[in-house]
Design a protein around this ligand. Structure first.
Ligand SMILES: Cc1cc2nc3c(=O)[nH]c(=O)nc-3n(C[C@H](O)[C@H](O)[C@H](O)COP(=O)(O)OP(=O)(O)OC[C@H]3O[C@@H](n4cnc5c(N)ncnc54)[C@H](O)[C@@H]3O)c2cc1C
Length: 435
């Protein structure tokens, strides 16, 4: 085995095995690998013997056996839970972080409580609520109504507003005491920030922005599914060697469970010390976009969604009018944002908002996977498209095939006529109706 100037073992290429793929060149952090006549060459003066080239080489052309062996890929069927020393049996329960912002619980927390119930039933374990805040006693009771069996609470004035370090310490301490097997957190701005702080401090894995969660039947691990490679494939990820298994999920991806005020459960207060953390002084809360007169497309019951096929400044007012007639809002796909026609807050999809309206009407939207992941939870889907083979048409409940410029005015006329008919109906008839 060759050595570098400091006497450390360094990697060596077997030229006959090298297929010239250059993966090792891209992986080498110290530029110690170059290509010559289609074969990788290692510069022994630059090589630091990290062995990263060994891991990426698809043809086993890098010799570096002494200090680093290539990691074995374990076939899924052979994965056994609990074989690693750091998975201790005391980890149990599916925990949900209950996010409270200025006294209001984020809906995603209840959506996750519903999902946690399903996962916990499969694992035959309990659903645990993890609650931080100030004066959150009522929220703890609500958590039980939404499916938690027990709720651990740190109720302190210092937790009234969110600060990463404060909440990070509190939730880490909670996880260390409660030892949940799984922790689910909403992928809100707060949840994204907090989950990464907590996962780092607990030295565990975190799968962000999951669109599907399940329990792998044989091995009882949490299967966390999320789009990857720009949304072109869905990856299912397991956290085999660390606990808790952590996942964030965006609002409206999971279904809202039914609230049952008759459920009973345990509320367990925990202590929290903020010693050593300086609390920043709050000057002012800025209003949210919706409060400031903006539009929150995640709350609209009906969404008319403009795609690239309906992406011109003259058409958008027509789509807005259809949205208004139907009591909904106007949203769009990414090309409309890129064309500068609507603000980012209106974008549906992987890099926009996840929506689940009662009615989604896609106008000139093809249905790329990055768009679909943000709207597939919609109750009814209507596609208006000239192309009957468009992916959105394939998943839609109803499709109108044709030019939107002809279809939309007809829809507006029809809905306007229907709403004036309803308005003109005598009130007494409506009240007296037994139907
Ligand atoms: C990392 C990454 C993240 C992304 N995130 C998002 C995201 O969050 N949201 C998102 O939307 N996209 C996202 N994209 C982009 C996505 O891949 C697609 O490019 C995009 O969704 C396509 O938008 P579209 O359907 O409006 O346009 P197109 O795919 O161009 O479709 C236009 C449709 O309009 C139809 N049409 C044309 N003329 C008419 C007409 N006169 N009447 C009726 N129909 C007509 C066409 O038949 C076609 O189906 C992302 C891409 C990447 C790589």
């Amino acid at each position: 085995m060759p050595k570098n100037a400091k006497g450390r073992d360094i990697a060596e290429i077997i030229p006959a095995k090298c297929i010239g793929c250059q993966l090792c060149v891209g992986e080498c952090k110290v530029d110690a690998i170059r290509m010559e006549n289609g074969v990788a060459i290692i510069d022994s003066e630059k090589c630091i013997g990290c062995g990263k080239c060994v891991d990426v080489c698809p043809s086993n052309a890098v010799l570096f056996e002494k200090i680093r062996k290539k990691k074995a890929v374990i076939p899924a069927a052979e994965v056994k839970p609990g074989t690693e020393a750091n998975i201790k049996p005391e980890y149990h329960g599916v925990a949900v972080f209950i996010e409270v912002v200025r006294g209001e619980v984020s809906d995603v927390s209840w959506e996750l409580a519903g999902k946690a119930r399903e996962l916990a039933d499969k694992l035959q374990t309990e659903v645990i609520g993890l609650l931080l805040g100030s004066n959150v006693g009522e929220v703890a009771k609500e958590a039980i109504a939404y499916g938690c069996d027990s709720v651990y609470v740190m109720d302190k004035p210092v937790l009234a507003a969110y600060f990463s370090r404060m909440y990070g310490r509190a939730l880490v301490s909670m996880c260390e005491q409660v030892k949940p097997e799984i922790v689910l957190i909403g992928a809100t701005p707060l949840g994204r920030d907090l989950s990464s702080v907590v996962a780092t401090q607990l030295q565990t894995g975190l799968t962000a922005d999951c669109t599907g969660l399940d329990i792998e039947p044989d091995i009882k691990l949490l299967s966390m599914t999320r789009p990857t490679f720009g949304g072109n494939i869905m990856a299912t990820i397991w956290c085999r060697t660390r606990r808790p298994q952590m996942s964030t999920v965006r609002p409206r991806v999971m279904k809202m469970p039914v609230k049952d005020p008759a459920r009973s459960g345990e509320i367990i207060p925990l202590d929290f010390s903020a010693d050593g953390i300086t609390v920043p002084q709050l000057i002012e809360f800025l209003p949210r976009a919706a409060e400031a007169g903006g539009v929150d497309i995640t709350k609209a019951p009906v969404l008319v969604v403009a795609g690239k096929g309906a992406c011109d400044a003259k058409s958008l007012p027509m789509l807005e009018q259809l949205a208004q007639v139907m009591g909904g809002s106007l949203a769009c796909s990414r090309p409309v944002i890129q064309a500068g026609l609507l603000p980012y807050v209106r974008q549906v999809g992987q890099t926009g908002k996840t929506v689940a309206p009662q009615l989604y009407i896609g106008v000139g939207v093809s249905g790329a996977v990055q768009h679909l992941v943000g709207m597939q939870g919609s109750r009814k889907i209507v596609a208006i498209n000239i192309d009957k083979e468009a992916p959105l048409v394939k998943i839609a409940d109803y499709s109108l095939i044709g030019d939107y410029k002809q279809i939309i005015p007809e829809l507006i006329k029809g809905f306007e006529a229907r709403s004036s008919q309803l308005k003109n109906k005598p009130q007494s008839n409506l009240k007296g109706s037994q139907a």
